[in-house]
Design a protein around this ligand. Structure first.
Ligand code: G1P
Length: 300
C-alpha cells in the first residue's frame, strides 16, 4: 500500500475489470471468443482498458472472468512460439507489439462462476482488493487517452475519501440505458455530490441527464454493502444499488466528464468507435479517410 500521508485515505493502486459477460449482442462472433477480445482496429478492446488503468498508475489489474475467457489470459501472457518466430524473422516491430500486452501490468484473474450481475462481479474482487480503495473499469466504455478521467477521479478520492463515479451528460432519451445520478454542486466545478442513483430509470422518471459511465473509484466499504444488496433491475445484483446506499450517507461524489468516450457495447456504437479510431490512426488515416468519403458519396 502506498502511503498518501493520511492514514484514512490509502492510495488507489488496484484496478478491477469485470469481463465475465456472455457478449450475446455480438453473436455469433462471441460464441467462442470473449467480446472483450473483439478488436478496435488491431487491438482487443480490453487492452485499451488495461492501458488506461496503467496510465492512471494502477498496474495491479484484476480481471473478473468466466467460462470461455481463456484467450484474455493468453493475450496478457507471453507467447513464446510467436515471439521466437518473429525474432527469427527479425520482425522487431511486431515482436514489440506482441510483448507489449504481456508487460503492461501485473494481471490477476478470478472467475465469477454465476453471472449474477455487475455488483456480484465486483464483489468477487473483495479478497484480492482487501481494505484498499480500488478502481472499476467497464470494458464496454473506452475513454480517450487524451482525456484523463481516471486520474482525476483518483485525485478526488485522495482528497475527500469515499467513492467516486464518472458522470456524463446525455440526451434525455438515452438516460434509461444507464445508471442515472441526482447531483448537487460542490466547490469544484467538475465535482458533484451524488445524492441518489437509479439504475436504468424508466423514461420520464430520471433524476437528471447525468449518467454513470463505466469508471468508478470505490471505497472498500462497497463490499459490505454489496453483500447485503438484493437483486435489483433485471434480477441482477447491481453496483448502482450498492453505490446508492453510499450516496445516501454522503460518501459518493461524481466527476463530470466532458471528454471523449467510445462505446463498444453494441454493434452500432462498436462500428462508430472502429471508424473513429481508424480515422485517427496516423498509419491508416491518409488512405482510410479518402476511401471512406468516396464510399459514402457513392452510396445511394
Ligand atoms: C452498467 C451499469 C450502469 C452504467 C453502465 C455504463 O450497465 O449497471 O449503471 O451506467 O454500465 O456503461 P450495463 O452497460 O452493464 O448494462
Amino acid at each position: 500500500m502506498v502511503d498518501t500521508g493520511d492514514a484514512r485515505t490509502p492510495a488507489v493502486t488496484k484496478a478491477v475489470v469485470p469481463a465475465a459477460g456472455l457478449g450475446t449482442r455480438f453473436l455469433p462472433a462471441t460464441k467462442a471468443t470473449p467480446k472483450e477480445m473483439l478488436p478496435v482496429v488491431d487491438k482487443p478492446a480490453i487492452q485499451y482498458v488495461v492501458e488506461e488503468a496503467v496510465a492512471a498508475g494502477l498496474d495491479d489489474v484484476l480481471l473478473i472472468t468466466g467460462r470461455s475467457k481463456r484467450s484474455i489470459e493468453d493475450h496478457f501472457d507471453r507467447a513464446y512460439e510467436l515471439e521466437e518466430a518473429l525474432a527469427t524473422k527479425e520482425d522487431w516491430d511486431k515482436l514489440a507489439l506482441v510483448r507489449e500486452s504481456s508487460e503492461l501490468a501485473i494481471m490477476h484473474y478470478v472467475r465469477q462462476g454465476d453471472p449474477k450481475g455487475l455488483g456480484h462481479a465486483v464483489l468477487c474482487a473483495a479478497q484480492h482488493v482487501g481494505s484498499e480503495p480500488f478502481a472499476v473499469l467497464l470494458g464496454d466504455d473506452l475513454i480517450d487517452s487524451r482525456d484523463p478521467l481516471l486520474t482525476r477521479m483518483i485525485d478526488v478520492r485522495d482528497q475527500f475519501g469515499g467513492s467516486v463515479v464518472a458522470l456524463m451528460e446525455v440526451d434525455p432519451e438515452e438516460v434509461s440505458l444507464y445508471g442515472c445520478a441526482a447531483i448537487a454542486p460542490t466547490a469544484d466545478d467538475d465535482v458533484v455530490m451524488v445524492t441518489d442513483l437509479v439504475e436504468k430509470p424508466v423514461p420520464g422518471s430520471a433524476p437528471s441527464r447525468w449518467i454513470v459511465i463505466g469508471r468508478y473509484v470505490c471505497d472498500s466499504a462497497v463490499f459490505g454493502v454489496l453483500r447485503e444488496t438484493q437483486p435489483g433491475r433485471g434480477g441482477e445484483i447491481q453496483l448502482t444499488d450498492a453505490l446508492k446506499v453510499l450516496a445516501a450517507k454522503g460518501e459518493l461524489r461524481g466527476v463530470l466528464f466532458h471528454g471523449r468516450r467510445y462505446d463498444t457495447g453494441n454493434k452500432l456504437d462498436y462500428l462508430r468507435t472502429m471508424v473513429m479510431f481508424a480515422t485517427q490512426r496516423p498509419d491508416l488515416s491518409s488512405e482510410f479517410i479518402p476511401w471512406l468519403r468516396k464510399y459514402l458519396e457513392g452510396m445511394p
